[in-house]
Design a protein around this ligand. Structure first.
Ligand code: HEM
Ligand SMILES: *[C@@H]1O[C@H](CO)[C@@H](O)[C@H](O)[C@H]1NC(C)=O
Ligand SMILES: CC(=O)N[C@H]1CO[C@H](CO)[C@@H](O)[C@@H]1O
Ligand SMILES: CC(=O)N[C@H]1CO[C@H](CO)[C@@H](O)[C@@H]1O
Length: 534
């Protein structure tokens, strides 16, 4: 008996030996890995319940970095579901950078409130550095003025002694919140859209693909780009910026297509196209700011204010151009994509398209002019579409830096770490959006007028960085929709451009690191056929 056990052992021993050293080392490594994983993700969390739980992984050092950079949305959804979708704060390791992820609406509200210890300055500075702004200009822009009135002082009233960077946010709100300044931008937008969307003026080869006397086929994506970028540029800078730089919109679009490389701080060598397009954008703005004031009338209050403050601070013109280029990107990157998705969804749902067209028809006066206020008040279907598209096509996130330990519920966020609020994770909250949050369904907003105010609905962020452009974005989109749908019979060119294939619904480019409304996959578009209405 004993002998046979010994024999068995010997046999086992010799068979292990015959596996060879490499295999033994491998087995040991696996054992160490399992032990490490158990300690790190099971044992330690029990001892430190106040630390947000870390999503486990098998690749030490790297953590979830590779899967995150491949497809952030999928990685974050995996992370949330790993903890059974309980939406408590979690930690994810991205190659050594420990990032908190916040997905519960209540926690998000708490993060927005704790703005003194959860700041976004370094992200704004990173963006400005990405545009090449010099350190000395950054310093000026982020320094709070002295109490005693010495040193750099702002020209605008500044009772709370904010830095120019923080006051810029206030200036944005003053320009873009409902009131005379927004109305003035609305008037410029209206005048432009009314004229650009006349049959005889719709000839730009940027978006007109084919035309006969009875119809025009247009690229939906390029149409949305052209209209929205034109109105935003003209209503901020007057006409001179575009008129003196006819290629600025193309340069911007080229930059926008790869701008995530700037956000992810790609080395210049790996992002030559992004840098080339960015430099052209900056050149155009530099040229603009070097023009005498009287040659560039019509800039809005915000642009005039910022220019005056930058110059007062002694910021060189090249840096002014870079600072404004970063702003140009923020104000332009999202809206045209949203208009594209809204028209896309509407054109695939003819009942919805008809409802929206009927609503918009009631917003025109008898003399054919558009009544701006009724765009808001007489458009329940359009508004529902706007909200549902914001919900479903959204990839943006708010990021914050923890500047000192901050309590969120039972958890403590540690100083020095970064925190991410990925909105699309909120937008998949079944508690707010029902059992099928991933599917497009505008009626959820139609049947629940309070849904846009639900704390799980954050397409424009919140707190200190709450998008000041949300009113103007809506205004531009609704005006463009009104003229497009009420002037023309609008439908899909069923046979596509070349008369061959049926048109597919464009795919969302979810794999691109999300920094705003998602773009369609490159090359995906919709050909739309316009006919004059009788
Ligand atoms: C559909 C269109 C838009 C969407 C979905 C959108 C979304 C957002 C989001 C989510 C943020 C917050 C980012 C964060 O928390 O870090 C933001 C910030 C901002 N948005 Fe928008 N935006 C849109 C259009 C616009 C427009 C048209 C403008 C200007 C005309 C604009 C100007 C800004 C500015 C200046 C900020 C930064 C605020 C700050 O950090 O102080 N946005 N936007
Ligand atoms: C906008 O246009 C309307 C109608 O033309 C005009 O009455 C109003 O004064 C304008 N508002 C501003 C701020 O330009
Ligand atoms: C450090 C800090 O300010 N923590 C606060 C963050 O917000 C929550 C809820 O709003 C407060 O309870 C914390 O005291
Ligand atoms: C890129 C991205 O985040 N897309 C997501 C937007 O939201 C829908 C559901 O609402 C997701 O299915 C997408 O993956």
């Amino acid at each position: 008996m004993a002998d046979s056990t010994g024999g068995n052992l010997r046999q086992a021993y010799s068979s292990v030996c015959s596996l060879g050293l490499p295999v033994i080392i491998l087995i040991c490594l696996v054992l160490v890995l399992v032990l490490w994983r158990l300690t790190r993700f099971t044992l330690l969390p029990l001892l430190h319940p106040e630390e947000p739980r870390e999503v486990p992984y098998w690749t030490p050092f790297l953590g979830h970095a590779i899967s995150y950079f491949r497809d952030p949305t999928r990685t974050l959804t995996y992370a949330r579901n790993y903890f059974k979708d309980d939406r408590k704060p979690l930690t994810i390791n991205l190659a050594g950078e420990m990032m908190y992820v916040i997905t519960a609406p209540g926690d998000v509200t708490a993060v927005y409130r704790n703005s003194s210890t959860l700041t976004m300055d370094i992200f704004t500075q990173d963006l400005m550095r990405g545009f090449g702004v010099s350190e000395s200009s950054l310093d000026r822009v982020f320094t709070e003025p002295n109490k005693d009135g010495t040193g750099l002082q702002l020209m605008a009233p500044n009772p709370n002694r904010k830095s120019l960077a923080h006051l810029t946010t206030d200036h944005f709100r003053m320009q873009l919140s409902p009131g005379d300044r927004l109305t003035q931008m609305g008037n410029i937008t209206l005048a432009y859209v009314e004229k650009a969307l006349r049959w005889e003026n719709m000839v730009s080869q940027k978006f007109v693909i084919a035309h006969t006397s009875s119809y025009k086929d247009i690229s939906l994506l390029h149409f949305c780009e052209e209209v929205i970028l034109q109105v935003a540029t003209r209503s901020f800078f007057g006409d001179a910026l575009i008129d003196k730089n006819p290629n600025i919109l193309e340069d911007f679009l080229q930059f926008d297509d790869v701008s995530w490389k700037l956000m992810y701080r790609y080395p210049r060598l790996l992002s030559p196209n992004m840098n080339k397009a960015k430099d052209k954008l900056i050149d155009a703005l530099e040229k603009y700011f070097n023009l005498p004031q009287e040659e560039r009338p019509g800039a809005n209050w915000f642009v005039q204010m910022e220019e005056a403050e930058f110059r007062n601070f002694g910021v060189p013109v090249r840096d002014i151009a870079k600072l404004i280029a970063s702003i140009y990107w923020v104000i332009n990157t999202n809206t045209y994509k949203l208009l594209f998705w809204m028209l896309e969804f509407a054109l695939h749902d003819l009942a919805l398209l008809q409802k929206i067209t009927e609503e918009l028809n009631t917003c025109f006066n008898l003399d054919g002019t558009l009544d701006i206020p009724s765009l808001q008040s007489q458009s329940p279907y359009l508004t529902a579409l706007f909200h549902e598209c914001l919900r479903i096509t959204n990839t943006s996130s708010s990021a914050r830096l923890v500047t000192s330990d901050t309590r969120i519920g039972p958890y403590i966020l540690r100083s020095g770490r970064r925190l991410l609020i990925p909105y699309q994770q909120l937008h998949l909250n079944t508690a707010a959006f029902g059992p099928n949050p991933a599917s497009f369904d505008y009626t959820r907003f139609l049947s629940d007028p309070k849904l846009p105010r639900n704390p799980s609905f954050r397409p424009f962020g919140g707190g200190a960085s709450y998008c000041p452009g949300r009113f103007v974005a809506k205004q531009e989109i609704f005006m463009a929709m009104a003229f497009l749908l009420c002037r023309f019979e609008v439908g899909m060119a069923v046979d596509g451009v070349d008369g061959k294939q049926k048109q597919n619904f464009p795919r969302r480019d979810d794999a691109k690191p999300g920094i705003g409304i998602v773009s369609p996959v490159r090359g995906d578009d919709l050909v739309v056929r316009l006919r004059i209405k009788n």
